[in-house]
Design a protein around this ligand. Structure first.
Ligand SMILES: Nc1nc2c(ncn2[C@@H]2O[C@H](COP(=O)(O)OP(=O)(O)OP(=O)(O)O)[C@@H](O)[C@H]2O)c(=O)[nH]1
Ligand SMILES: [Mg+2]
Length: 299
């Protein structure tokens, strides 16, 4: 029997836990079952109490104290420990039926999504047929506020693409906190953010601000070529950004869905994409309405 899940990923503060909470509320309102798994060993407060919490296996605070590690090293240690204790996941998830949407709330350390092979191994474990056999969709969140700094937006999109290539599961990218940029970006421009467009770099407000402040230095203004290597700014920075933007455009693998976690319809729309990705509805048995649901449907 297949299980269904979504792994909510993305950089620190992108709105992952808020989205998980809104998603659970939305599922509950629609009489669907959610199973909330917190895999962030540093997370402290939750809107919905996790059904399974990595902190019951290992806490980042203890690891940092005992192993004398910083927060990032500590997080990697916690994940390595989880990989050695996968029973922790199997025991909790094995008995879940296909009715459930299992929601994994991930930490925000970006190295987890880019160059450390722990996550691909974890995803393989969760999805292997015959074992947990979870049909998993990755949801990668990037803050919409990045649209005011185009370089950050393209760098974020590159990390989204890296996660997508590394994990090899159905993947959706999400621009979160759309409510914060609604009045800042014209609709026409927003389209260019939904599918990364190189022309965004031509009228980058952050770049204009830099130029105004006199920080824009062209390549030939560097007196010392060694300085030029050390200070990636001015024309070199622009060329790098253009190259990254062109790379994204060429592969055309990244495009975004818009999310405002405070808006129920927006959360519902994202859930439909997730359901499609994992073909959730195809597996559901038609179920009989309970008496009170029947009464409501009659009204
Ligand atoms: N305006 C607005 N704020 C949001 C939205 N989603 C999240 N936030 C805020 O963004 C901040 C970070 O949100 P979290 O959900 O904790 O982000 P996270 O990605 O889980 O953060 P880490 O787990 O620390 O990586 C909080 O102050 C949220 O209230 C949104 O859709 N709109
Ligand atoms: Mg979080």
């Amino acid at each position: 029997m297949s299980k269904y899940g979504v792994m909510v990923m993305g950089p620190a503060g992108a709105g992952k836990s808020t989205f998980c909470a809104s998603l659970i509320t939305h599922l509950q309102l629609n009489r669907r079952s959610a199973f909330y798994v917190n895999l962030d060993p540093a997370a402290e407060s939750f809107e919905h109490t996790p059904d399974l919490d990595i902190k019951d296996l290992i806490s980042l605070e203890d690891v940092m104290d005992e192993m004398k590690l910083g927060p990032n090293g500590g997080l990697i240690y916690c994940f390595e420990f989880l990989m050695e204790n996968l029973d922790f996941l199997t025991e909790a998830l094995d008995s879940l039926t296909e009715e459930y949407l299992i929601i994994f709330d991930m930490p925000g350390q970006i190295e987890l999504y880019t160059h450390i092979p722990i996550l691909p191994t974890l995803v393989k474990f969760l999805t292997t047929p015959g074992a947990l056999d979870i049909r998993l969709c990755a949801a990668y969140l990037l803050e919409a506020t990045f649209v005011v700094d185009r370089a950050k937006y393209f760098a974020g999109s590159l990390s989204a693409m890296s996660a997508m290539i590394m994990l090899e599961v159905p993947h959706i990218n999400i621009l979160s906190k759309m409510d914060l940029v609604k009045n800042q970006v014209r609709k026409k421009d927003l389209k260019k953010f939904i599918t990364p467009d190189t022309s965004l770099l031509l009228d980058d407000p952050a770049d204009l601000a830099r130029r105004k402040a006199g920080e824009d230095i062209s390549d030939d203004q560097y007196a010392d070529p060694q300085d030029k290597n050390a200070m990636l700014s001015g024309a070199t920075f622009k060329r790098l950004n253009t190259a990254v933007a062109q790379l994204l455009e060429t592969f055309s693998m990244v495009s975004y869905l818009k999310l405002d976690s405070t808006d129920e319809d927006s959360v519902g729309a994202i859930l439909s994409y997730i359901d499609d990705c994992i073909q959730y509805h195809e597996a559901q048995e038609p179920r009989e309405l309970k008496d009170e649901e029947f009464d409501e449907a009659e009204e």
